[in-house]
Design a protein around this ligand. Structure first.
Ligand code: SF4
Length: 320
């Protein structure tokens, strides 16, 4: 591989989110996921328009949130209760996970964020959203919480840097939209984690690694890598049934993941390596790897190959 840097192997082959949080706060920290009731520009105000070709009616909501959107106070209470009971959790991050967490007038955003943040002494605020949903006013509002919280993160759904792929999966935004929002957030001291999907229709391994190289050059705070899951009733499911696309095996996904980790900066927090669409909503793949076992397998393979996160990051790469 070109531009190889000789580096010293770290103790662990990649910077997992759990390790990052433990090192930052000295203990395990858990995310309380809430749904602010926002829609997304790709789904319309009532959340009913088709949106991205792999998006179902749930729009990435936490598994423990019930169907109807309850008051934020109730959601926080339920989330804290769930995490305390299940994991004996004590310290928490507030996470606006569902749909596009900045898709509302800034006055409404402020009420939502303030309401949820007032329910507990959270360490951080994380808002998941789309690249075309970040206005300067929303970015300023998010930056204003930096004074009272340890960190403010925005998770930006990108999926691929290739506009032809973004068109095919009906994302409704371009790479340039992402780039502009990313730089705006970064300039205000907001950390960005980028979502990508491996195995999207029409993409080769080279395309996926190009996505990673472009992101690596931007030095995001974190990354979430997903294997492609196709929920029931989505337009991508119909495409699959018509024989228009094939899914990568988990073994192949593991190879993509290792290739991506090798190209990412060592300090980029690896927040996710697989997707976790619940079985009752997932049409494909029928079988998915257990998350912990998948992580163990990645660590084992990377150790066996004497490779690690950042080993093959291209120095000074400007991506596209
Ligand atoms: S941006 Fe997210 S919520 Fe909106 S349609 Fe796409 S996957 Fe669904």
């Amino acid at each position: 591989m070109e531009n190889v840097q000789i580096k010293t192997p770290p103790e662990e082959p990649f910077l997992s989110y759990n390790r990052y949080l433990r090192e930052r706060y000295g203990e395990r920290v858990y995310r309380v996921a809430v749904d602010g009731g926002f829609s997304c520009p790709n789904r319309g105000a009532d959340r009913q328009s088709p949106g991205c070709s792999y998006c179902d009616e749930y729009g990435s909501r936490a598994v423990y949130l019930p169907g109807k959107v309850p008051a934020l106070e109730k959601q926080v209470e339920a989330g804290l209760g769930f995490l305390r009971k299940r994991y004996s959790a004590e310290r928490f991050i507030l996470y606006f996970q569902a749909f596009s967490g900045t898709f509302a007038p800034v006055e409404k955003l402020k009420i939502c964020y303030d309401t949820a943040l007032s329910c507990h002494q959270f360490l951080e605020l994380i808002v998941s959203t789309r690249p075309d949903c970040i206005t300067p006013a929303a970015a300023d509002l998010l930056a204003s919480y930096r004074g009272v919280l340890s960190d403010v993160w925005v998770e930006l759904g990108l999926q691929s840097v290739h506009d032809r792929t973004l068109r095919r999966i009906q994302r409704g935004h371009t790479f340039q939209d992402f780039h502009d929002s990313f730089l705006m957030l970064q300039s205000k001291g907001i950390k960005c984690a980028v979502h990508v999907i491996f195995g999207l229709p029409g993409e080769s391994e080279e395309d996926m690694m190009e996505t990673i190289d472009v992101l690596a050059a931007l030095k995001p705070g974190g990354i979430k890598i997903h294997d492609l899951h196709i929920p029931q009733g989505t337009s991508m499911h119909r495409e699959y049934l018509q024989g228009e696309l094939a899914l990568a095996s988990s073994k192949r996904h593991a190879e993509y993941v290792i290739g991506a980790l090798e190209r990412l900066p060592a300090e980029c927090v690896v927040m996710r390596l697989t997707c976790d669409t619940p079985a009752e909503r997932r049409a494909l793949p029928v079988e998915v790897p257990v998350k912990d076992a998948f992580y163990r397998e990645i660590r084992k393979s990377m150790d066996a190959r004497n490779t690690w996160q950042g080993k093959y990051m291209k120095p000074g790469s400007t991506g596209f």
